[in-house]
Every structure is written in C-alpha cells, then in structure tokens.
Design a protein around this ligand. Structure first.
Ligand code: GLU
Length: 427
C-alpha cells in the first residue's frame, strides 16, 4: 500500500511551494487508496512554534488535504534517533566525535536512483563528506531523523522540492547502512515567480495565508497548484480536485520549471467563484467588506446575494468585491473622472431629471420593467440609447463600466435610483 507523508517544519507559515508538495503527496495517496501522513519536523526546538503548526494544519484542512493517522512529532523521538545512531556505531558504520555521532560515508561508490520526476540520478560518494547524524547537543540532523522516521512510518514514496535533491543520496546511504530498501523519491522543481526569480511577495504572495486573505477559494488554489507539476492529458486547466484524484498519475509528473502565473490563478479563481453557491460566498464577502472598512451589517443576506449575482462573473478574487460594489452600500462612492463628461452636459441633466420622474411612477421596479420604460423614454425623445445610458450609469453608480445598468437599478431599488438621478441632474 502506498504510504506518503508531508513533513513540515513549524518554523513559519505554509509556503505555497510546501502546499504544492503536500498536495501531490496527498493526490498520490488518494489516487491509489493509500495513506497520507503528517510528520512534524520540530527538531529545532528554538525556532519551532505551535502557532505555526496550528496555521499549517489549518491551511492544509482549508485546501481540502485530510490526513490519516495521528501526526508524528520528531521532538518526542530524540531517544529513538540516538539509539538508531548507536546501532550504526556498533556496526562500525558511524563513529563518535565528542558528543556528536557521524556517519562514515563509504568511499568510491556510486549512489543511483530513479527520480520519479527527473529520471536517473547518480552521485559519487567521493563528493560526500562524513555526515553528522546526532549533533553534539543531542539533537538529530534533518537527514538522519528523516530516514529513521520514513522507515518507521513505512513510507513508500517521497515527493518533495528540488531543494532536497542533494540530501537524497545521503539518505539512501543511511537506508543501506540499516539494510533497508529506500522508498521512491521524486523532486519537484521549485516554484519561481513569473519573471523566473525566486517567488516573493511581489509575484502575488508566498504563503497560503496571503492567498486566503486575498479571497482565493481553496479549490481554485489547489487546482492551480496541481498545474505546477501535472496536467490532465486532455490539457484542461479547470479541473476540480475530486476529478484530479481520479486522473492523477505520479508517473506523469513533469519536470518543467514551474512559474507562478498569478493571472492564470486569478482566472481559475474566477471560474470557481462563478460556480460557487452564494450561501457559501456571503460570509466570505462579509469578511472582505469588513476588512475593507465597509459595514455590511445593515445589508441583508438577500440583498448581498443580489449584488453578488451581478458581480459573480466579474470578480476574480473576493477581495475585489468591496471596491466594485461599494455603490450598493453607501451613497458617498467615488465618481470615475473619465465619466464626468457624461454628467456635465446640460442636456444630460435634463434627461436625468425626466428619467427620474418616469422611473418614480413605475409600478414594478424589476430590470425588465425599467428597461421597457427606459427604451420608451429614449424613443419618445428621438434620442440614441447611449445619450441617456452613459449619464444614467454614471449617476447611479459613479462608474462607466460594471454590471448591466437595469440590473443595477433593480438591486439599488427605486428610491435610491430616483434620488441619485435627481442629485446628478442638479449637478
Ligand atoms: N522538513 C523538511 C522541509 O520542510 C521536509 C523535507 C522532506 O520532505 O523530506 O523541507
């Protein structure tokens, strides 16, 4: 049975690259009906903090990555590592140097393995110096505790970042020294920014937390992260995680440089927002409104939901919602400078005043009735629709673009529309 693991060090937030590592291990487990395990690599007692671990676990859950079995904590296993190191000392494969224990790297050997992602990799042991297993403070090194635990946990496949590629031959030597079969290894190219440099905040963010705050949906982020390492054969890009679980094949992982493309992620996020239930998005939008300093308490779910219907196809992240929709929740929204010309024409003012009077008398204020009244109004006056639409749109929304004018008017409601048209008419 496939057993894979994700082994975060709780010394910081969950990096987007680590999230991808977790995701691919999880996919392999779920695709094969195997187990996905967690190991907390908290051997650095000074830098490890429980708040980081809490965040990491929360982010994994948020992304939909569930794990099997209780996580293993390395900080509770120092005795085991020391005992394992003693085994190697007793077998003549390691030696003491003061309080430290070092592994004797066999000379003139070639270590070779078939990397799941990169193919055959060979390394000469001449290039590897003796390896510390236990440091003089009694704590294990990463390479040693990693092997002891991967063996203990029965790990069959290890997918991790390319930054570990130089560790793998050393780890393989430890497996040999214990007389154990090493697991299969696969190293994924590091995620770079769109310009090919190290991923940083200016490329969109480095931690999962930042994307969550920006209003990316977890299924969109997970879907996008998968594309940085694997593609379905038919080339589709928007593929829900459940489907990826079915289609994924570890042997199809690619070794292309993974460049983080924020525009693609935003597009994918927009696709998931469009499909998401309003009831699910409303609390998230209220949080975004609050973060933007907008009080949405007075807006009922029903009203917020109607505004959402108008903007669901337009927003790419939930954090775009407050600025785009402030006109529904307040009257002091900004006027787009490019649109002012539509309001400044004297004839526009007259049209708006007359349109306000007309709309005030409508018996129903749904978008179809508004549109019928509007079309009749421009026709009677022999005007082109645009001559009234542009000033009216500016008057009720302060913007030259956005949702459909009549749909916006319906959601704003008659009183607000009439009042805004009259306000613009009076300059
Ligand atoms: N704690 C290591 C890291 O976060 C784990 C590496 C591994 O998967 O072996 O990079």
């Amino acid at each position: 049975m496939v057993r894979v693991r994700f082994a975060p060090s709780p010394t910081g937030f969950l990096h987007i690259g680590s999230a991808r590592t977790a995701l691919f291990n999880w996919l392999h487990a779920r695709h094969t009906g195997g187990r996905f395990l967690l190991r907390v690599e908290d051997t650095d007692l000074k830098r490890s903090e429980s708040r980081f671990l809490d965040e990491i676990l929360e982010d994994l859950r948020w992304l939909g990555l569930d794990w099997d079995e209780e996580p293993l904590f390395q900080s509770r296993r120092f005795d085991v590592y020391r005992a394992k190191a003693e085994e190697l000392v007793a077998a003549g494969k390691a030696y003491r140097d003061g309080d430290a224990v070092l592994f004797r790297v066999p000379p003139s050997r070639t270590v070779a393995y078939d990397d799941i992602v990169h193919g055959r990799i060979t390394v000469e042991t001449e290039a590897i110096k003796d390896q510390v297993l236990i440091k003089s403070d009694g704590s294990p090194t990463y390479n040693f505790s990693c092997v002891v635990d991967d063996a203990h946990m029965g790990i069959t496949h290890i997918l991790r970042g390319d930054d570990h590629i130089s560790n793998t031959p050393k780890q393989i030597l430890f497996y040999e020294a214990f007389g154990l079969e090493p697991p299969r290894f696969g190293h994924m190219p590091l995620i770079l920014g769109s310009d090919g440099s190290k991923l940083s905040k200016r490329h969109g963010g480095v931690s999962v937390e930042e994307y969550k705050k920006e209003g990316f949906l977890p299924e969109a982020l997970a879907n996008y992260l998968v594309l940085l390492g694997w593609m379905p054969r038919d080339g589709r890009e928007v593929v829900p995680l459940e489907e990826i679980v079915r289609l994924f094949d570890i042997s199809e992982m690619n070794d292309v440089q993974a460049k983080f493309d924020l525009q693609k992620l935003r597009w994918i996020n927009g696709e998931y927002i469009m499909k998401a239930e309003n009831s699910r998005l409303l609390p998230l939008l209220r949080a975004q409104l609050a973060a933007a300093g907008q009080d949405s308490a007075a807006a009922t779910d029903d009203r917020l939901s109607k505004v959402l219907d108008l903007y669901k196809v337009r927003i790419k992240t939930l954090s775009e919602f407050p600025a785009m929709t402030d006109l529904f929740f307040r009257d002091d929204y900004a006027l787009e400078p490019e649109g002012l010309k539509h309001l400044e024409k004297p004839e526009s003012r007259e049209y708006l005043a007359a349109l306000a009077d007309r709309l005030a008398t409508l018996s129903a204020f749904d978008h179809a009735s508004i549109e019928t009244a509007f079309r009749a109004f421009v026709e009677e006056r022999g005007l082109k629709a645009g001559q009234v639409i542009h000033p009216a749109r500016m008057a009720v929304s302060g913007r030259t673009k956005g949702a459909g004018l009549f749909e916006m008017m319906e959601v704003l409601g008659r009183d607000r529309v009439v009042e805004r048209l009259r306000r613009a008419a009076h300059g």
